[in-house]
Ligand binder design. Structure first.
Ligand SMILES: Cc1ncc(COP(=O)(O)O)c(C=O)c1O
Length: 419
C-alpha cells in the first residue's frame, strides 16, 4: 500500500499522522487516501491501449460518493447493481450514458428508473429479465439498450463465494444458448441489442481466466454478427486482483492491458471494464483502538473497538488483512495475537496469530487493504453505530461519511400501541 508509511515512528496516511486524525475522530473509522485512488485509476487507464474503452467503476466495492466522484472526475463511468447505487452514481456526477446496470434481480421499479434516467445499457442476466425490460420499455414507448451477460463456465480460481462465471452460478446466460437468446431478444418490441457482457468473479490474479473468457466471447461475437446482431459494446467485467498479503502476487496490470490489445484490438467494439477492488482495495485502512488485552492459556487476544459489523471480510471470506500498530516503535518483540472485536460471535475476528510488538490498552492499530468490500458490507449488528469514513488529501482530511449513532438506530424502531 503506497501512501501509508511510517515516518519518525508514526504511521502516516499521505502526510498526516493517523494518530492525529484519531485525536479528532472517534475510533473505529475508515481512512482513505485520495491520491491512492487516483493513482490506481491512472495506472489502469495507462495500461489500456485500446482506441475506444470506458472504465466503469464497480460501485458495489465502495459506494461512498466522494470516492465515486474522485473517479468520475478522472473520466470514469459506473457499473451499478441496484437503484440505490444508480442514484449514488448520478448524484456523484457520473453521466447517465456512462452507466451500465448489472445484477440478476432487477425489479420493475429499478428498470423503469434506469430507463427514465437514460443509462447506457442493461446487462441482462436471464430471459425473464429480458421480457420484463421489453414490456416496461414498450409501455414507455421506447426501446432499451441491452447486452446479455454470458456465463462462460470458466473458473476464476480463488474464493468460491466471489466466483461468478461457472455454469452452476446464478449469474448470466449459459454460453451455449447465446445465439438463441440473442435471436429471442431481437424479436422483442422493447429491446435494442447493443452489446455483450461477462464477469467471471473477483480477486483474479491470473491472466488465464480472462484470456479464456475473451477467446470464447470474441468467437461468440463473430457468430452473432454473422446472424445480423449488431454488437457494438463488449463489457468485459471486473475482477482484477490486488495484493493483500506481502507474499501474494497480484494481477500484472501491464500484462492485462497487453492481453486486451491482443484480443480486442481489432474487434470494433467499445470495450467496457468494470473494476472495483483494483481501484479501491488498497486505498484505505480501518483504524481501531485496543480496548483490552486478554491472555488465556491458549491464546493472546487483543480486543479492539472495531468488530465484524464494521468489517466482515475476514470472517465472511476467510480473507487475510495485514494488521499493524500505528506506532512503529511497538513493532519490536513480536507476540502472536488474535485480533478480535466486541461482537458476541466467535467469528468476530480480523486476524489470528498476528505478530504484533509490545502494545498497551488504548493503543491504535490499522487493519490494511479495507477499501473494497469494507464499509459497503458493514451492518449495525449488536446495535453498533455506523462508523465514520475519512478521506485524506496530502495534509488535509475530511469526514466523507458521518457516523450513525446508536440512538438514531434505536429511534427507527416503532412499537405499536397494541403490544
Ligand atoms: C457484474 C460485476 N462487475 C464488476 C464487479 C467488480 O468486481 P471487482 O471488484 O473484483 O473488480 C463485480 C463484483 O463482483 C460484479 O458483480
Amino acid at each position: 500500500m503506497n501512501n501509508f508509511n511510517y515516518r519518525n515512528g508514526e504511521l502516516l496516511i499521505e502526510s498526516i499522522n493517523v494518530s492525529d486524525i484519531a485525536k479528532k475522530i472517534k475510533t473505529p473509522f475508515y481512512c482513505y487516501s485520495l491520491n491512492h485512488l487516483k493513482e490506481q485509476y491512472t495506472k489502469l487507464d495507462k495500461s489500456i491501449e485500446l482506441e475506444d474503452y470506458e472504465i466503469c467503476f464497480s460501485i458495489k466495492s465502495n459506494s461512498n460518493q466522494s470516492i465515486i466522484k474522485t473517479f468520475s472526475k478522472l473520466g470514469s463511468g459506473a457499473d451499478v447493481v441496484s437503484i440505490g447505487e444508480l442514484k449514488r452514481a448520478l448524484k456523484a456526477g457520473i453521466p447517465s450514458k456512462k452507466i451500465v446496470f448489472s445484477g440478476v434481480g432487477k425489479t420493475s421499479e429499478e428498470i423503469e428508473y434506469a430507463i427514465k434516467n437514460d443509462i447506457l445499457m442493461f446487462n441482462v442476466e436471464s430471459i425473464s429479465e429480458l421480457k420484463k425490460i421489453s414490456q416496461i420499455s414498450k409501455d414507455l414507448n421506447i426501446k432499451s439498450n441491452i447486452s446479455l451477460r454470458i456465463n462462460p463456465d470458466i473458473s476464476a480460481g480463488g474464493n468460491e463465494k466471489i466466483s461468478t462465471g461457472k455454469a452452476q452460478d446464478k449469474f448470466g446466460i449459459d454460453w451455449k444458448s447465446t445465439i438463441e437468446s440473442y435471436d429471442f431478444a431481437a424479436s422483442l418490441p422493447g429491446i435494442k441489442i447493443i452489446g455483450i457482457d461477462f464477469h467471471i468473479g473477483s480477486q483474479i490474479n491470473e491472466i488465464k481466466p480472462f484470456e479464456e473468457s475473451l477467446d470464447l466471447l470474441v468467437g461468440i461475437i463473430s457468430e452473432l454478427r454473422k446472424k445480423g446482431h449488431d454488437i457494438k459494446v463488449f463489457d468485459i467485467g471486473g475482477g482484477l486482483g490486488v495484493q493483500y498479503h506481502q507474499k501474494e502476487k497480484p494481477l500484472d496490470i501491464k500484462k492485462y492491458g497487453k492481453l486486451l490489445s491482443e484480443k480486442l484490438g481489432e474487434i470494433e467494439c467499445k470495450i467496457i471494464i468494470e473494476p472495483g477492488r483494483f481501484l479501491t482495495a488498497n486505498s484505505a485502512i480501518l483504524v481501531t483502538k485496543i480496548i483490552y488485552i486478554k491472555n488465556t492459556e491458549t491464546n493472546n487476544f487483543l480486543i479492539v473497538d472495531a468488530a465484524m459489523n464494521d468489517f466482515i471480510r475476514p470472517t465472511l471470506y476467510g480473507s487475510y488483512h495485514e494488521i499493524i500498530t500505528i506506532n512503529e516503535d511497538k513493532k519490536g518483540n513480536l507476540s502472536n495475537y488474535d485480533i478480535v472485536g466486541p461482537v458476541c460471535e466467535t467469528g468476530d475476528y480480523f486476524g489470528k496469530k498476528i505478530p504484533i510488538g509490545k502494545v498497551d490498552e488504548e493503543d491504535l492499530l490499522a487493519i490494511k487493504s479495507v477499501g473494497a468490500y469494507g464499509s459497503v458490507l458493514s451492518s449495525n449488528y449488536n446495535t453498533r453505530a455506523s462508523i465514520n469514513e475519512i478521506l485524506v488529501n496530502n495534509d488535509e482530511f475530511e469526514i466523507i461519511r458521518d457516523r450513525i449513532e446508536d440512538e438514531e438506530l434505536i429511534n427507527r424502531d416503532k412499537i405499536p400501541d397494541w403490544i
